[in-house]
Design a protein around this ligand. Structure first.
Ligand SMILES: [Zn+2]
Length: 266
């Protein structure tokens, strides 16, 4: 099952990376970031994967760069390596909510890997709201925090009874994948599978404009599904760490808390 999930996410990511889409304008003036940085960058790591603990987290810590880890709480790593996730939070990384079971729509193309009992197409809003609340409770038990952000699995939002992300959004500082509050020109880069470090850096540079927010999403790093190589990941981190005057790299929680408190009103 893990393998089929990997394959489908691979196809999803290829499709999405090629359209690194621009966000609509939500602010009428250029966003200014802390310490004069031109660009804010959120690095996120979805699905609570072992290779993130093995490879991504040590690399982030080495460079003192903070990321957001969106945990699928039913993933065995949460039970088996709980102390490591807790240590990540204590080191300043965000443990974000990615639900407990990673429910997605089975009705979309190439979604046979979605287990029927987790199919959003047949689940209710109330079911998903209960799951997301419980996920927040477990995350609080791990890191003691009340504020966090949410990434909807597969970016799917519709259940059999309507949009569940609308219902859970008020529980979070921000929902990754949604537009509210993020600066004009911001982009979302999904899937870095097979990219070299130079290609990742090029992606960052070509989208770096004053006041924008770049979201870069990873899954596996040197293992698991949709893997980015540790070398490419390391090269990107080295580049970002060497250019902190240009790039403010922080957790999505910290960035979106800043946007909430300092965003231009429109
Ligand atoms: Zn996911």
């Amino acid at each position: 099952m893990e393998r089929s999930i990997a394959m489908l996410f691979f196809l999803l990511s290829i499709a999405m990376f090629s359209v690194a889409f621009s966000r609509p304008a939500v602010a009428d003036e250029t966003m200014t970031w802390p310490n004069g940085a031109r660009v804010a960058i959120s690095l996120s790591y979805d699905d609570a994967l072992e290779s993130q603990l093995d490879n991504a987290l040590p690399a982030l810590n080495k460079h003192n760069i903070k990321g957001s880890f969106y945990l699928t709480l039913a993933h065995p790593s949460v039970h088996q390596r709980l102390s490591e996730w807790r240590a990540a939070a204590e080191a300043g990384h965000e443990l974000g909510n990615h639900t407990i079971y990673h429910g997605c729509s089975r009705g979309k193309p190439d979604r046979d890997w979605v287990a029927p009992h987790l199919d959003l197409d047949v689940r209710s809003v109330a079911d998903l709201v209960a799951e997301v609340i419980m996920a927040n409770t477990v995350l609080h038990a791990i890191d003691g925090r009340d504020d966090r952000t949410f990434t909807p699995p597969c970016f799917d939002e519709l259940t059999s009874g309507g949009n569940y992300v609308d219902a859970v959004a008020p529980m979070f500082v921000a929902v990754k994948s949604r537009d509210e509050g993020i600066p004009e020109g911001s982009i979302f880069l999904v899937g870095s599978v097979g990219f070299t470090g130079a290609e990742l850096i090029h992606r960052v540079e070509e989208h770096s404009k004053d006041g924008v927010l770049l979201n870069i999403l990873f899954h596996g790093v040197g293992g698991d599904h949709l893997a980015t190589s540790p070398e490419a990941h390391e090269e990107l981190l080295q580049f970002l760490a060497a250019n902190r005057e240009t790039y403010w790299i922080d957790t999505y929680l910290n960035i979106m808390t800043y946007v909430r408190d300092n965003g231009a009103s429109n």
